[in-house]
Design a protein around this ligand. Structure first.
Ligand code: ADP
Length: 259
């Protein structure tokens, strides 16, 4: 296994991990972390062993979504032990910082932390390692594709044009570096009002489908805006773990069949 300070890392497999899948978005706030968290839980509900690595060093949210601010322990040979939650192994910058402290990092440190999260965490044997990427196409994304061989990337977008434009950029970045885009997930697709049962297409309709066709990738699923989903995330328990019967949980159950 690679050790701290070992020479240039190549984009190889991580020993013991079968599939590394990046969850990416072009824009912030489209629900990428929510999707990453629920995909990870849904995968583990199929019986797979799953890790979730929060690669958003500047805006980590996996700790909040899983209700944990535990500090990870280190092994004697200086490897980091992930935090265990709902049967998942988690790592996040949020576990290393106080709640209110920002990560103040220059480029080289960002690269170093990203590599450490992938290579120096004792992930153990995993069927899937899900990477929650920061939004956009920056340093961290580049470091990741250079550090580890990705089985593929999933792009999260809303149906809104501004989100779709950026989703296309994210997808194009992965295609340029020969990482297969496994598909798009359209989040916040619509809202069904609990009071009148009517459907409202708050961010427009059909955007994800059109963009998936343009990129020639599958549309893996459409996730509605759902109050229990937001509440569960805020409570530190992804909705798939809190309520498997919720329509959003059911949608994630279907999506993971394609991963
Ligand atoms: P990102 O990672 O893209 O910045 P988040 O996953 O942090 O976005 O989501 C932003 C906010 O929107 C969070 O408060 C989250 O709970 C909420 N949210 C995301 N997806 C949904 C959804 N389908 N229904 C309701 N709320 C959602």
């Amino acid at each position: 296994a690679p050790q701290a300070g070992s020479a240039p890392m190549s984009a190889g497999a991580i020993e013991g991990i079968k599939r590394v899948i990046a969850v990416a978005s072009g824009k912030g706030g489209v629900g990428k972390s929510t999707v990453a968290a629920n995909l990870a839980v849904a995968l583990s509900q199929t019986g797979a062993s799953v890790g979730l690595c929060d690669c958003d060093l500047y805006g980590p949210s996996i700790g909040l979504m899983f209700g944990s601010n535990e500090r990870p322990m280190a092994t004697e040979d200086n490897r980091i032990l992930p935090i265990e939650r709902y049967g998942l192994r988690l790592m996040s910058m949020g576990f290393l910082l106080d709640d209110a402290s920002p990560a103040i990092l220059r480029g080289p440190m960002v690269t170093k932390y990203t590599q450490q999260f992938l290579r120096q965490v004792e992930w153990g044997e995993l069927d899937y390692l899900i990477l929650d990427l920061p939004p956009g196409t920056g340093d961290i994304q580049l470091t990741i594709v250079q550090t580890v061989a990705l089985a593929g990337a999933v792009i999260v977008t809303t149906p809104q044009e501004v989100a779709l434009i950026d989703a296309r950029k994210a997808a194009t970045m992965f295609q340029k570096v020969n990482v297969p885009v496994l598909g798009l997930i359209e989040n916040m697709s619509y809202f069904v009002s609990p009071s009148d049962g009517k459907r409202y297409d708050i961010f427009g309709q059909g955007g994800g489908e059109r963009e998936a066709a343009r990129l020639k990738v599958p549309l893996l699923g459409q996730i509605p805006i759902d109050i229990p989903t937001r509440e569960a995330g805020d409570r530190g328990q992804p909705v798939t773990a809190a309520d498997p019967a919720n329509p959003v949980s059911q949608a994630f159950k279907k999506i993971v069949e394609h991963l």
